[in-house]
Write a protein that binds this ligand. Structure first.
Ligand code: NAD
Length: 512
């Protein structure tokens, strides 16, 4: 194992032998299939251990349910104090956790640090929120009555997360859920279990300083899709928050809906950007490059479609290709690298087949292909691709989780918005323009149909303060900031009569 990684694991207090299940600080072995955790950097095995199987889920749910009974009565600001301490722990171990994120998910150092910073930010947000779980007081139509609403803890939450944000997505859910009074059971991606084990280890450390906190407010189950489904079908989990591909979301949503549970879905994106004639081209180059090739095109918000006005398209394409040629691609832990590896061979194969499909549909492919020199051997390093293609080519409808940018041309803004909205996904979108009318139209009800609509910045790199999520096949969920917390609570409407009369609503008379 690489010396930096080994040091980071030691600092985080990670054991050499990994166990798949943790309830608070109680670790237990999995009884499922063997898992070989490989680094995208060079394909080396980082760990091997047995995953949990679906039959082990019930015991974890039982403990979380018992913890909920206690945790829900702890005042929210006191719950917030626990989250504050967890945020402090993350500050202390930011560098080590980021090193683990780089080795397990292949992120460049800056993005790995940014991911841990996002965890810290959401903890800060949640601490403030713990004193702001406001309900409304509503004007009652009856005399001497008070109509009000309260927000109560919901219950234990199941969190299923994807490989590409191995720790931030859990933190978005966990920090908010904890202040809302909900225990969290986390099933991370099988590709990134070590970062999850590290987060749970840090949780145990904070727990040790807070003996009054029920340990099972945080549990971890490293397992496969069967474990995810077991969480989805459990009637004891009122909310399942699932981040990943559209097929995964469909499977989870059906099972949660069958038991009339609540699901929060954060699924695939197919994010577009309109580049208008008035756009600042320098800014366009920088924002397109970061959004399209950052994280090697493996963000749910990665830019996949540039819809460029025909008057500037050739110039922008040529400049972009010039930048693409010089991109520092390679070991994500080396200084200066901007593009790391794809997560694995399967991701590489889907990039290859998308590019082949694009070609067969009339696309002109620039770039693409595997790099083998000046990169660590054993990883899947690729040249990002820019594909000039017609806006009605079927391939542009699909999300390929790799750095492929489809480059299309438009004549009128109406046409551009039509092209933009013609895909089944609806996560992030952007317009680059200096024309205020175009910008406002894009953000209006008649503009972008996405959950995120930006002006003069790219599609990726959201802040935690806003509600994050998307429409259509992206699943409709919202997490992180704004009022996303409401999904993690149940609302009780209270009508209180402080008179001796019993007036009925709507003026109904019912004399007995
Ligand atoms: P994935 O769907 O393969 O796996 C995600 C998680 O779901 C993993 O934990 C996996 O074990 C689990 N899972 C898979 N099939 C399941 C099933 N049938 N039932 C229950 N659980 C199941 O996704 P991935 O390859 O890890 O991540 C990439 C995808 O995630 C992309 O589509 C990306 O756009 C999406 N994503 C979306 C967001 C968002 O916020 N919208 C954020 C990150 C990633």
């Amino acid at each position: 194992m690489n010396a930096h990684l080994q040091k980071a694991c030691q600092q985080l207090g990670l054991p050499n032998d990994h166990l798949a299940i943790s309830i608070g600080s109680n670790w237990q072995p999995g009884r499922g299939e063997s898992l070989n955790v490989r680094s995208p950097i060079d394909g080396q095995t980082l760990a091997e251990f047995k995953m949990a199987d679906a039959r082990q889920v019930e015991a974890v749910v039982k403990e979380a349910t018992a913890a909920f009974v206690k945790w829900r009565t702890v005042p929210a600001p006191v719950r917030g104090e626990f989250v504050r301490q967890y945020g402090e722990k993350l500050r202390e171990f930011k560098q080590s956790l980021a090193t683990l994120v780089s080795w397990e998910a292949g992120k460049i150092t800056q993005e790995a640090l940014g991911e841990v910073q996002e965890m810290i930010d959401i903890c800060d947000f949640a601490v403030g929120l713990s004193r702001q779980l406001y309900g409304k007081t509503i004007a009652s139509e009856r005399p001497s009555h008070r109509l009000t609403e309260q927000w109560h803890p919901l219950g234990p939450i199941g969190v299923i997360s994807a490989f590409n944000f191995p720790v931030a997505v859990w933190a978005w859910n966990a920090a908010i859920a904890w202040v809302c009074g909900d225990p969290v059971i986390w099933k991370p991606s099988e590709k990134t279990p070590l970062t999850a084990i590290a987060c749970q280890t840090l949780f145990s450390q904070v727990l040790a300083d807070n003996p009054e906190v029920p340990p099972a407010i945080s549990s971890l189950i490293v397992g496969g899709a069967d474990v995810g489904q077991s969480l989805a079908t459990s009637p004891k989990l009122p909310l399942i928050s699932a981040t990943g591909s559209v097929p995964m979301g469909r499977a989870v949503a059906q099972n949660v809906a069958a038991r009339l549970g609540r699901s929060l879905l954060e699924l695939g994106g197919n994010n577009g950007m309109i580049v208008a004639p008035s756009a600042d081209l320098d800014l366009a180059i920088r924002s397109i490059t970061f959004s399209a090739v950052g994280t090697c095109g493996q963000r749910c918000t990665s830019l996949r479609r540039a819809i460029v006005h025909e008057s500037i398209a050739d110039k922008l394409r040529d400049q972009l290709l010039g930048v693409y040629e010089k991109l520092p691609i390679g070991d994500p832990t080396s200084d200066g690298t901007l593009v790391g590896p794809l997560v694995d061979e399967r991701a590489f194969d889907s990039m290859e087949s998308a590019l082949a499909a694009a070609k067969s549909q009339g696309g002109i492919v620039h770039g693409g292909g595997r790099m083998t020199s000046n990169v660590p051997q054993g990883g899947f390093y690729v040249r990002p691709a820019l594909v000039e293609i017609a806006s009605d080519a079927p391939i542009i409808q699909q999300e390929t989780f790799a750095p492929i940018l489809y480059f299309m041309r438009y004549r009128s803004l109406d046409e551009a918005i039509g092209i933009h909205n013609c895909v089944p996904q609806g996560l992030a979108s952007a317009i680059l323009t200096n024309d205020v009318r175009e910008a406002e139209l894009f953000c209006s009800a008649a503009g972008s149909d996405c959950g995120i609509a930006n002006v003069n910045i790219g599609t990726s790199g959201a802040e935690i303060g806003g509600a994050f999520g998307g429409e259509k096949e992206t699943g409709g969920g919202r997490e992180s900031g704004s009022d996303s917390w409401k999904l993690y609570m149940r609302r009780a409407t209270n009508t209180i009569n402080y008179s001796t009369d019993l007036p009925l609503a709507q003026g109904i008379r019912f004399e007995v």
